[in-house]
Design a protein. Structure first.
Length: 558
C-alpha cells in the first residue's frame, strides 16, 4: 500500500490542496498524532466525504456511504464493539471466510491484523467517513443491546423494564445506582432524574435533549438510592430539608464518567438530578459538530488569530462548551500555553491548564482572570462572561496580545454585540477586540433507519417567513417514524447549527454608533452571513433533521 506522504502528493497533484496546505496538514498531523486525511479535514481544507472519495481513488479501495446501507445484525458478532470503537470500524457483511469492514483509515495495518485474528477470517476493506462509521457503531451495536434486553424468551418484544424489587439494603441500592448509570451511558443520556411521586418513584433519562421515562421504582426504594447517591456526591445524608449539590467520578465497564448531582426537597420526598459528563466526549472533533463547510472555514480563520475576543452564544444546553472544547483541541499545540477558568470543569483536556471557579474560596471569573494574565498565557478560555468586570478584563487581555474565548447568553450572534455594549463597555473597545461571535443551537438528527419522505406543512414555511412553493422545491424533506434502533422516537443523536458573525468595516462602524442588534444582523446577512434558521432549514433539505426541529430553532430566536 502507498504511504501517507504519497497520498499527500496525490492530493496536491489533483489540485485539491496547495503545497502550503499539505505542509500545514503534515505539521498538524505530527502535533496531534493523527493520520493525514483526518488532519486535512480538521483543518477545513477538505470535507470528510471528499477525503474519503479521494482516498478510495488513490488506493483503489471501494467507497461506501454507510447511511445508505443496511447492516445485518448477525455480522456485528464478528467484531466486538470494543474493537469497533477502538479502530473506528464496523463490519458490514461476511461471505465464506471473508469479512468486509468499513474504515476511514485503510492504511491502519494493526487494525487489519487485529480483526483477522479476532474473526479468523480474511479482511476486505471499504472506505467510509469517520462520522458515518461512528454513527453506525452507535446505531447498530446499541440496537443489539437494546433488543437483547427487551425481548422475552419467546423472542417477542416486551415493554420498558421496570424495577419492582424493594431496595432496603445498601448493597441493593449500590446495584440499582450502578444499573442506572450503566443504562444512562449506554443510551447516551445527559441527565438522570429520580423523582418521588405519591405511590412510587419515577426515573427519567434526558436523551437528545428530551426527557423519557425508563423505570418505575417502589416508594421504599427512594431513601436508600438517594442516600447512596449522596454518599457518592459528598453530600450530607442527614440533611433532607434543603437543596444540596455534589460531584463524583465513576468508572464503568467501558468508560469513566463525571457526575454533577443536585438534590431538591419536594412534597413527596427528595428529588435527585444527575448530569452525566462522559469523558470520551471531550475528544470530539470540530468538523463533526455540524458546521457547514463555509462556516467551518471562517471559524478556523478566526480561532487562529493572534489576539482578540471570540464568543460563542446560545441558551443553556445548546452545546457551547462542547464547541469551545473542540476548538481548543484544534489549536492546542506544544508551542501554545492555553489556560482556562470554568464553572465547572466539565471535561479534562490533555495538555491544557484548566481551573474551576470556587466562590467560597473567593475564586470568581474576575479574580481568576487577573491571575491567569500572570501565567504567561497565549490563549485564555473563560467559561462565561456574566458581568462588566469580567468583560473589561477579557478586553484588556485581548488588547495586550491574547486570544480570549468565552460564552455569552444571547439569542443570536448580533445580540452578543449589543449585550456587551449594554454592560457599559465603550464601543471603541468592542469594535477593536471582538473578532467573531458564533451563535448555535442543537437539533435532533432523524433516525437513518426509519425516517421517511414527508410532504411539508405550508404552515411551517410560513412560520419561517418563507415562500412555501419555493421552499418545497429546494429539497426532499423527511419526518420521524420510530423503530427499535431509535427507541420509537424517530430521532438518533443531535448535531449543532451555527450562525457566525464576523464584523466587517460597516459593522465595526455600526458598533461605534451603537446601532441595534437587528440593524447589525441585517448588515451581516447582506455581507453573507447565514442565519440559524437558514442553516437549520438546509439540514432539513439534506434529510438530516425534520422541519419540526427547524421550527424549534426558529422559535428559540424570538
Amino acid at each position: 500500500m502507498a504511504n501517507k506522504k504519497q497520498l499527500g502528493e496525490y492530493i496536491v497533484e489533483k489540485k485539491l490542496l496547495t503545497r502550503g496546505q499539505l505542509d500545514e496538514a503534515l505539521h498538524y498531523r505530527r502535533d496531534h498524532n493523527i493520520y493525514l486525511g483526518k488532519a486535512v479535514v480538521q483543518l477545513g481544507f477538505m470535507s470528510e466525504e471528499q477525503i474519503a472519495k479521494t482516498l478510495s481513488e488513490f488506493l483503489q479501495v471501494p467507497y461506501l456511504k454507510l447511511s445508505n446501507y443496511d447492516i445485518d445484525s448477525s455480522v456485528l458478532k464478528i467484531v466486538p464493539e470494543g474493537t469497533a470503537q477502538k479502530f473506528n470500524i464496523i463490519p458490514i457483511f461476511s461471505l465464506d471466510k471473508q469479512v468486509t469492514v468499513a474504515t476511514n483509515d485503510p492504511l491502519d495495518v494493526e487494525m487489519v491484523d487485529v480483526v483477522a485474528e479476532i474473526s479468523g477470517m480474511d479482511v476486505n476493506l471499504v472506505i467510509s467517513t469517520e462520522s458515518d462509521i461512528e454513527r453506525a457503531i452507535d446505531l447498530y451495536y446499541n440496537a443489539e443491546k437494546y433488543q437483547a434486553k427487551t425481548e422475552d424468551e419467546a423472542g417477542k418484544m416486551v415493554g420498558p423494564r421496570v424495577i419492582s424489587k424493594e431496595l432496603g439494603e445498601d448493597q441493593s441500592a449500590m446495584e440499582a445506582v450502578d444499573l442506572l448509570f450503566e443504562e444512562a451511558v449506554r443510551i447516551g443520556a445527559s441527565d438522570v432524574h429520580i423523582e418521588p411521586r405519591r405511590n412510587n418513584v419515577r426515573v427519567r433519562f434526558r436523551v437528545d435533549g428530551v426527557l423519557q421515562e425508563y423505570y418505575t421504582l417502589p416508594k421504599s426504594s427512594l431513601a436508600p438510592i438517594i442516600s447512596r447517591t449522596k454518599v457518592l456526591s459528598g453530600m450530607d445524608i442527614s440533611e433532607s430539608r434543603r437543596p444540596q449539590d455534589g460531584r463524583f467520578h465513576k468508572d464503568l465497564s467501558e468508560t469513566r464518567i463525571d457526575v454533577r448531582s443536585s438534590s431538591y426537597p419536594t412534597t413527596n420526598g427528595e428529588k435527585m438530578v444527575m448530569r452525566i459528563l462522559d469523558q470520551s466526549k471531550s475528544k470530539i472533533d470540530l468538523h463533526r459538530l455540524g458546521f457547514s463547510p463555509g462556516i467551518l472555514e471562517r471559524w478556523r480563520q478566526i480561532i487562529t488569530m493572534p489576539n482578540g475576543i471570540v464568543l460563542v452564544s446560545g441558551p443553556t444546553g445548546s452545546g457551547k462548551t462542547t464547541t469551545l472544547y473542540a476548538t481548543l483541541n484544534v489549536i492546542n499545540s506544544v508551542e501554545t500555553n492555553i489556560v482556562t477558568i470554568e464553572d465547572p470543569v466539565e471535561y479534562q483536556l490533555e495538555n491544557i491548564n484548566q481551573a474551576q471557579v470556587n466562590t467560597k474560596a473567593g475564586v470568581t471569573f474576575t479574580v481568576a482572570l487577573r491571575s491567569i494574565l500572570r501565567q504567561d498565557p497565549d490563549i485564555i478560555m473563560v467559561g462565561e462572561i456574566r458581568d462588566r468586570d469580567t468583560m473589561e478584563l477579557a478586553i484588556r487581555s485581548a488588547l495586550t496580545g491574547h486570544l480570549v474565548f468565552s460564552t455569552i447568553h444571547t439569542n443570536d450572534a448580533a445580540s452578543g454585540i449589543t449585550r456587551i455594549l449594554d454592560m457599559g463597555i465603550d464601543s471603541y473597545l468592542v469594535s477593536s477586540t471582538v473578532r467573531g461571535i458564533l451563535a448555535q443551537r442543537l437539533m435532533r438528527r432523524l433516525c437513518p433507519r426509519c425516517k421517511t419522505p414527508q410532504k411539508p406543512d405550508p404552515a411551517v414555511f410560513e412560520a419561517l417567513k418563507m415562500d412555501p412553493k419555493k421552499a418545497e422545491g429546494e429539497g426532499e424533506y423527511f419526518g420521524p417514524v420510530g423503530c427499535l434502533h431509535c427507541k420509537n422516537t424517530g430521532y438518533f443523536g443531535r448535531e449543532a447549527v451555527y450562525e457566525l458573525l464576523i464584523p466587517n468595516e460597516e459593522i465595526l462602524g455600526m458598533i461605534n454608533e451603537h446601532k441595534t442588534a437587528s440593524e447589525i444582523k441585517r448588515e451581516a446577512i447582506r455581507n453573507g452571513m447565514r442565519t440559524l434558521a437558514e442553516e437549520a432549514l438546509l439540514k432539513a433539505q439534506q434529510g438530516v433533521t425534520s422541519l419540526e426541529e427547524v421550527l424549534k430553532v426558529a422559535v428559540s430566536m424570538v
